[in-house]
Every structure is written in structure tokens, then in C-alpha cells.
Design a protein around this ligand. Structure first.
Ligand SMILES: [Zn+2]
Length: 172
């Protein structure tokens, strides 16, 4: 008993000393901040059963006008299928507009994740969500060229690339 406790103590002090020797710039990078944020959640899941990016975040040719324009989210292949909350959070907004169609916005701490072009919405404003809970069914409502999930992610109101989230999930 005593022996195993000592081994445990040694292991934890080793862990602590390793942590203390992490270079400063590594802990300050954006990627690590994202990891700190998501690691504070007990679990995190993909927003769909299978992930296939059909249009990346950033500048692209607008599918309607053919002109170069800013794409503020990530398009994922999805044909009328359930879409899931990725982390613990709360439903901040449920709505419809001509651009996003039916959409749901979830708040996870300082981050907001929106699911757009849904055919139906299952959650209600103010509801708590957990990783893997169904928030709605994907569709092609609003300004959409076919059934897909448009995912956006904002930190403190500023748009960020949702790929960061998917990469973190991939690395777990
Ligand atoms: Zn999109």
C-alpha cells in the first residue's frame, strides 16, 4: 500500500515537473488556448456521424454569384441527418433568416457554434445540451445550393475557423 502510494507520488511530481518545463511560447499559441478551452469540457463529439468537408472556411467562389467571397463557416456533407451538440452548453438562439435558413446557436463558454440550413430544429432556446445530443436535422433551408450543414464558430463574437474544433476531436 505504502509502496504504491509512493509510486503514485513520484509519478505526479514527475508530471508536474514536466509541465513546468513547457516552453512559454507553446502554451501561448492559439492552438493551445483552443485545447485548454476544449479540455475543460469532459467530452466533445463530432457534429455529424461522418465528417466530409465540402467547402472550407475562408475565401471561395460564391456558388450563387461565382465571385470571390468570404465564407464564414465550414460546409459539411449531410443529407437530412441528425446533427449533434459537440460539447456541454446552452441553446442561445433558435431562428430563421433568408441566409442561414433554420439555425441553432449553441453557447459553450465564450464560444458560439451555429448550425445552419436545418430542415428541423429539435432543441429550444434556454435548453441545456450535452455532447451527442441531437439539436436538429440537416437540410437546405435559406441560401443553400443543396442539403448540407453550414457550421460557424465564434469566439467573443469574432468568427473563427470551425476546423480547429474538428482537429481537436480528431486528436483525442
Ligand atoms: Zn456554408
Amino acid at each position: 500500500m505504502l509502496y504504491s502510494w509512493r509510486a503514485h507520488e513520484q509519478a505526479s511530481s514527475l508530471f508536474l515537473s514536466t509541465r513546468q518545463h513547457l516552453p512559454q511560447q507553446e502554451t501561448d499559441s492559439v492552438d493551445n488556448k483552443q485545447k485548454q478551452w476544449t479540455s475543460s469540457y469532459p467530452s466533445i463529439t463530432y457534429p455529424l456521424k461522418s465528417i466530409k468537408v465540402t467547402s472550407p472556411y475562408g475565401y471561395r467562389r460564391d456558388p450563387f454569384t461565382g465571385k470571390l467571397s468570404w465564407h464564414n463557416g465550414l460546409d459539411l456533407r449531410a443529407k437530412n441527418e441528425p446533427t449533434y451538440a459537440m460539447m456541454d452548453g446552452i441553446v442561445e438562439k433558435v431562428g430563421y433568416d433568408n441566409r442561414s435558413g433554420n439555425y441553432v446557436t449553441l453557447r459553450h463558454g465564450n464560444y458560439h457554434v451555429s448550425y445552419c440550413h436545418l430542415s428541423s430544429i429539435i432543441v429550444r432556446k434556454g435548453e441545456y445540451v450535452y455532447p451527442g445530443i441531437i439539436v436538429g436535422v440537416t437540410g437546405d433551408t435559406g441560401r443553400s445550393t443543396g442539403s448540407h450543414l453550414h457550421l460557424t464558430c465564434k469566439k467573443d463574437g469574432k468568427s473563427i475557423n470551425p476546423t480547429i474544433l474538428l482537429k481537436i476531436i480528431e486528436s483525442i
